[in-house]
Design a protein around this ligand. Structure first.
Ligand SMILES: *[C@@H]1O[C@H](CO)[C@@H](O)[C@H](O)[C@H]1NC(C)=O
Length: 401
């Protein structure tokens, strides 16, 4: 036990001394990662000046440096250093630009130690990857041109040219892409608003973002940019008609629906909630009609007399939740109803008249009036009893003679 411990110490001491001796005798190879087991990295025999045939006798073998794993082996019949285990540059060195795998070749009789440094070259075995498949944005349609939206960076486990080099987006109307190189290396991109969004035209956009590396063959990764366009109160209500015309018989009872006005607003929510009101109302029209602020229903709310006013004209305003307004005209034509009886006024009368008065002598003027119009206002006059008077009508004035 004690003897063995002593000899182990001696061996370690020897290795230490030899290690010092072989510092300048390192063997270096440059070799790509991910090569198959058994692939030849290089031949070592000539570098260390040992005949191939003697490697077996010298018990040549590869030891890992320190505690690290053994990635290489030596073929004793050829002196080739071969791949013994998977060499994954990303697993060994991460994003470090230089990745050196250290192995040791040990020979006995006499004890000799050679360091083998394998410079592991990156191959483009990783694709750029975005952390999330979808990048979400909510952008107001009032966002101004030139607004920028930073996008997630894509990561590629490879290094140098094999890492992310470029970003691109599908051509679209609203955005272009701006790629920014970070001071510490790496690149990210941002969306730049080129043309204002319009929610009423397009409520959401989907744009594919592609990150590509510079390897051969080139690899890429994608993410979907999902833009939800938020509403801004950019639309005023629009009336279905510039002028509403309605016709209504006079004396229509209260609550008779005359017409329903309607304005639509392309905006959402409160931005699109429309209320109606009479804009300016003349004294004659006041309280004759009512307008429901939410339904736009115009109803009779007072007495309507054709003989007083035959046409009402009112301006109606539609207003959305945040105060954008537009207006329309409402014209209500009142139609006449025969609600007035003719009135008779005796304007002049010669009374009494002498019995010998000659026919054709004017004896009086009776004025007959009807406040209604057209046929409702036409008056027919006749004398009931069989009396010796004749008459003719002139306009609404009856002259008896
Ligand atoms: C060593 O190399 C020889 C010749 O190329 C080959 O036949 C043999 O299989 C190799 N041995 C190992 C262990 O790879």
């Amino acid at each position: 036990m004690g003897h063995k411990a002593f000899s182990t110490l001696g061996l370690l001491l020897g290795v230490f001394l030899l290690a010092l001796q072989t510092v300048c005798g390192d063997v270096a190879y440059s070799f790509p990662e991910e090569m198959k087991r058994g692939t030849v990295v290089g031949n070592i025999a000539k570098y260390i000046g040992v005949e191939v045939g003697k490697l077996g006798a010298r018990k040549a073998r590869i030891d890992a440096d320190g505690n690290s794993k053994r990635y290489c082996d030596i073929n004793l019949s050829t002196g080739d250093i071969i791949v013994a285990d998977r060499i994954d540059r990303e697993g060994l060195c991460g994003k470090r630009a230089s990745c050196v795998l250290k192995q040791e070749l040990v020979l006995e009789n006499p004890l000799e130690l050679h360091r083998i440094n394998v410079h592991v070259q990156d191959i483009n075995d990783n694709s750029p990857q975005f952390k999330k498949d979808t990048i979400k944005f909510e952008i107001s349609e009032s966002a101004s041109k030139g607004s920028r939206y930073r996008l997630d960076e894509a990561h590629d486990a490879d290094v140098g040219q094999n890492a992310v080099q470029r970003y691109s987006i599908e051509t679209n109307e609203n955005f272009r892409l701006n790629v920014i190189s970070k001071s510490g290396g790496g690149k990210y991109s941002e969306l730049v608003l080129e043309k204002e969004l319009d929610r009423e035209q397009q409520q959401e956009l989907t744009i594919v973002l592609v990150a590509t590396d510079g390897g051969t063959p080139q690899r890429s990764g994608t993410a979907v940019i999902h833009v939800v366009v938020l509403d801004a109160n950019d639309n005023a209500p629009v009336f279905s008609q510039a002028v509403y015309k309605a016709s209504l018989p006079e004396n229509s009872p209260l609550d008779t629906v005359v017409v329903t006005v309607s304005a639509s607003d392309a905006d959402e929510g409160v931005n699109g909630e429309v209320t109606y009101e009479f804009d300016h109302i003349s004294d004659e029209s006041n309280n004759v009609f009512s307008l429901d602020p939410t339904t736009g229903e115009v109803k009779v709310s007072g007495s309507i007399d054709y003989e007083e006013l035959s046409t009402y004209e009112m301006q109606i305003t539609a207003k959305d939740g945040l105060g954008l307004v537009s207006s329309s005209i409402l014209i209500i034509d009142i139609t006449d109803v025969n609600d007035n009886a003719p009135d008779t006024f005796i304007k002049s009368l010669t009374n009494p008249i002498p019995e010998n008065v000659s026919p054709g002598t004017e004896v009086g003027i009776i004025n007959v009036q009807d406040r209604d119009s057209e046929s409702n206002g036409q008056v027919r006059c006749f004398i009931q009893q069989n009396v010796p008077f004749n008459w003719f009508r002139l306009s609404k004035t009856i002259i008896l003679w």
